[in-house]
Design a protein around this ligand. Structure first.
Ligand code: AHR
Length: 561
């Protein structure tokens, strides 16, 4: 985990960096004041979007252009994947309360959490770890009698195994997501993993299939993704690339999916352990796996290479998740944008051995990792989630979308109560985090076609830390609608974005914007609505639109034709 310290230099922004002169748009304030005359005048001019939390400082002007006739790769919905490890209150209390609980639940799974996650259209969930996966023995978590074990990685607490394979798949059924199972390559055996997959997927009346039926599921399960190990270079067994490769080949060969519905179409995708940073031993790992893949024979295969990269700045994680200022805001965001260079670096190695991009780069652990909240159990990785995390999430999702041809899956760490969570719970209480709202706002980008956006981002500097002020992506959904996501990173200056649109006759635009009074504003159980999206609306004319964005905000709009 210490390797997460390694970061690349500041990412080169796709756009030329240019500081724009400040332009005070006095007409905008007249419009906000509500003058009907001004309103009717502007109705026939350029498109104007005013965020409800309208800024009062002078706006920086940014030009953007979008040509809808030049689409790029598909933004795979799986880049919006989640990760749920047996860690702290991520699973127990966060998902599982047991059927006897007073907290409303369906077969032990809390209803409030399920409803919240359904709204995110979660594509897949990685489970049971993490480091936990390489010590997980699936048989202890099935049947009427569960084996009580320990969770040595995360606080050494009791692991009751009451949430096991069937409970996880029931949970996924309830939220409508696909399973991404991480099999135990550390302390387990290929035989154990092979039997897990037979238990789960065979339609034939084997002893394992009958046991599955006796445990309540006669029909075979579908398993969409199989992770072969986790951080095998570290907590997963400290393996060398060669040792891991020999394991990968064996697991890939023998851990089969027998589900008849997954033989031709919807085949299970196998994801190998990949790098955890950008230093030479990490790039050597990627080289070794990809080189082996290039000359692989019929007897083993892989479809993805995982990559882990947390935004932590220094190890052990010491940045506060709440109660910080603009300097820490800038430091964390600068660090998170290094994701772009890290992806570019490993993608370049992958391109050498796989120019057709058959193998996906799967960023299956990422997010902000801060100091544990004071008073919490350190091994439970409890942290708050602020407006800074919303912006961090948007910047990373944008980076994944910009690399959509190679990055086809990603899993934020972790879904509930752990690290950069979507949801926090405390017994019967639940609160949705700023990160949750970014995921909700970005739902239209799931499986949309990437549309390039050209713009001069500009920069802002805080305490010697220089960051781009603006980041943006666009996508065309299956119905042909154009969506635009723009982040104003600058914590103090609003931005006026002027967008030229080619290949589309825009009539209006509307959507939502997420901002808050401070960079460390959070939602709490008592005050849950400090950082929630507000509606924005727009008008359009002459193929142009103008958006007024609040400082430190994320905005997503749909363009109506
Ligand atoms: O997400 C927490 C831990 O971080 C995971 O268990 C491990 O894979 C990584 O080091």
């Amino acid at each position: 985990m210490a390797q997460k310290l390694a970061f690349r230099p500041f990412r080169s922004i796709q756009c030329q960096i240019l500081r724009q002169a400040q332009v005070r748009r006095t007409f905008l304030f007249a419009l906000q004041a509500g003058s009907p005359l001004v309103r009717s005048l502007f109705a026939s001019l350029t498109l104007l979007i005013v965020a409800t939390a309208a800024p009062v400082a002078a706006a920086q002007k940014v030009q953007m252009s979008i040509d809808v006739s030049k689409p790029g790769a598909k933004i795979d919905r799986n880049i919006f994947g989640q990760f749920a490890e047996h860690l702290g209150h991520g699973v127990y209390e966060g998902i599982w309360v047991g059927s006897d609980s007073k907290i409303p639940n369906t077969r032990g799974i809390r209803n409030d959490v399920v409803a919240a996650l359904k709204a995110l259209k979660v594509p897949d969930v990685r489970w049971p770890g993490g480091c936990f996966a390489d010590e997980y023995h699936w048989r202890k978590g099935i049947g009427p009698q569960r084996t009580v074990t320990l969770n040595p990685n995360w606080g050494g607490v009791i692991e009751p195994n009451t949430f096991g394979t069937h409970e996880f798949l029931d949970f996924l059924d309830q939220i409508g997501a696909e399973p991404y199972l991480s099999v135990n390559v550390g302390s387990g055996t290929p035989q154990e993993a092979a039997e897990w997959l037979e238990y789960l997927t065979t339609a034939q009346p084997t002893t394992l299939a009958k046991e599955r039926a006796a445990n309540g599921h006669p029909a075979p399960y579908k398993v969409a993704f199989l992770g072969i190990g986790n951080e095998s270079w570290d907590c997963g067994g400290n393996m060398t690339p060669d040792y891991y490769l020999s394991q990968l080949k064996i697991y890939s060969r023998f851990v089969r999916n027998f589900n008849p519905a997954q033989q031709d179409k919807q085949q299970m995708l196998k994801i190998a352990v990949g790098p955890g940073g950008g230093e030479s031993r990490r790039t050597e790992w990627t080289e070794a796996i990809m080189k082996a893949y290039q000359s692989h024979t019929w007897s083993w295969d892989m479809n993805g290479l995982s990559m882990h990269s947390y935004t932590v700045v220094k190890w052990p994680p010491s940045y506060a998740s709440v109660g910080f200022g603009e300097k820490e805001y800038a430091q964390i965001l600068k660090s998170t944008m290094e994701m772009n260079d890290l992806i570019a670096k490993h993608s370049a190695i992958m391109d050498k051995y796989d120019p057709e991009k058959k193998i996906a780069l799967v960023v299956d652990e990422w997010g902000g990792w801060y100091a544990p909240l004071p008073g919490s159990t350190p091994g439970f990785l409890v942290q708050q989630n602020s407006l800074r995390d919303a912006i961090l999430a948007a910047l990373n999702l944008n980076i994944f979308a910009q690399h959509a041809d190679r990055v086809r899956m990603a899993n934020i760490a972790q879904m509930i109560n752990v690290l950069q969570a979507m949801i926090l719970t405390d017994k019967e209480k639940m609160v949705l985090t700023p990160t949750y709202y970014v995921y909700k706002m970005y739902v239209p980008f799931q499986d949309a076609t990437f549309v390039p956006v050209t713009f001069d981002a500009g920069t802002f500097t805080h305490d010697g830390i220089t960051l781009p002020r603006i980041d943006a992506i666009a996508g065309k959904d299956k119905a042909g609608k154009l969506w635009l996501a723009i982040t104003n990173v600058d914590p103090n200056q609003p931005a006026e974005i002027e967008v030229s649109l080619a290949g589309i006759n825009a009539k209006s635009a509307s959507g939502e914007t997420l901002t808050a009074p401070k960079v460390d504003s959070v939602n709490t159980f008592d005050v849950p609505n400090t950082v929630v999206p507000k509606p924005v609306s727009a008008k359009a004319q002459d193929g142009k639109l103008t958006l007024e964005l609040a400082p430190k905000s994320v905005t997503v709009i749909a363009v109506e034709q």
